[in-house]
Design a protein around this ligand. Sequence first.
Ligand SMILES: [Zn+2]
Length: 485
Amino acid sequence: MDIKLGLMIVGVAYCMVYFFDSFFKSCAHYPYIKFLEGTGLKIGLFNLQWTTTAFNRSLLRFGNIRSNTKFLKVWFSIGLIASLILLPIAILLLIYSLVQNFVSSNENNLITPVIPGINLPASEILFYSATLIICSVLHELGHALAAVKEDVQVLNIGVTVFYILPVAYVNLNSENLKSIDPWKRLKILTAGIWHNLLLSFVCYLAYLSLPAILSIAFNTGKGVAIYEASKMSPLIGLKGLEIGDMITKINDCEVKTENTWVDCLHSVNKMNGMCFDPDAVRELDETSILRHLSSGLVECCEETKKGNVCFEFVDKDGSILELPSHVCLPAKTIMSKSEYYCSKIDHKCPKGSHCFIPQLNGSHLFKIRALNKPNIFYMGLTDDFLRTLRVSPYIPKFYFKTPVFAETIRKMLEYITIISLGLAIINVVPCFYMDGQHIISTLLYLSLSKSMNGDRLLLLSSMICLIFTALLIVHCVLTMWPFIF
Ligand SMILES: [Zn+2]
């Protein structure tokens, strides 16, 4: 289903649910109100909230097992150290990213907010939503476990879905939290950041070792498989490529990975000539009258012969002159006879063959070798491949026919690595509504409570948060500006 249509249906469903919710509440419909209370559901305009206390007992039990208590003590102490190291780094990164807006292009900005449909393809919204729920659940689980460890009451946990973007949350007893030792409080406050850091790291390791993990079902380093193609792609279709095709060679360039795929396509721009046997050329030549085109190229084929291409004969020594300077040849037939490639500058060919350059304005001739398929010949642009096809280095061994499964896992790991790290960085910065707000006020209390009273400390931490919140907002606006306008 089209993603926009899907989002519209969700929007209509939200409006209907909101209407019925308001209606039943306005007439104090008892079974409905009882249902909301029983399930912990709250319905807002384009958002849903679900709260539960069902996990409180399990959390408490887990946190109070003696071996777990020791482990959690070490675990969240490391988390505190990691978060305190991250704090100055995150502040510097934010300032650096803000400065980057003024001195370089936005594309290279280290901290960039991502909004599906604006600077993230709307089609990837499911990856984004799944990542948000995984990152936020792990983050909140950190706060909850650390709170249980420090005897702070967990009131409830829940999930808020903003349209289709889910975010988990945990409510702690704030009086409990304020009354405990500041270092213990810091462990609870930094636990979410610590879990995000760790999640990012684990997913990054999994991302790096994915070829080994998936080696049971997928080969890597042996070619690329097509796993996505735009509807407009001239390469897909009758006698062309198909989704799942595994490409191993383009002209004489071996394709092994995604990088070599791009390199091979670009190499065709330079090595655009082919080495032909003079006998085959004589046999297939269909040259008509030579015409000099405004582009500087020469046309020697009749317009009616669509599959024919005019080639210029170039020879380093100029010794063989039995062949005309331009020959019109059926491209597919002559290409299937040729295995060697050359360029106009360095037209080296094996003995007995000579270099011929196709007279094409910007286009090139491609011979694509795909596994279990006859060679595919294509005349067009390098960009036709790069812009309309997406390839994967994961070649299915058996069962899977396309690399979609491997690519889905890879993309998910990419998303979690980047977004989880981003959440850790943004959360530790002293901004309002972030963990950083409470972390900085606790740190100020620990370092300045002897020389400053509570009101002054509150004022100082509010000032710091105000400055960094303003910096973050300015940075987000500057980064998103080119995408919106
Ligand atoms: Zn948090």
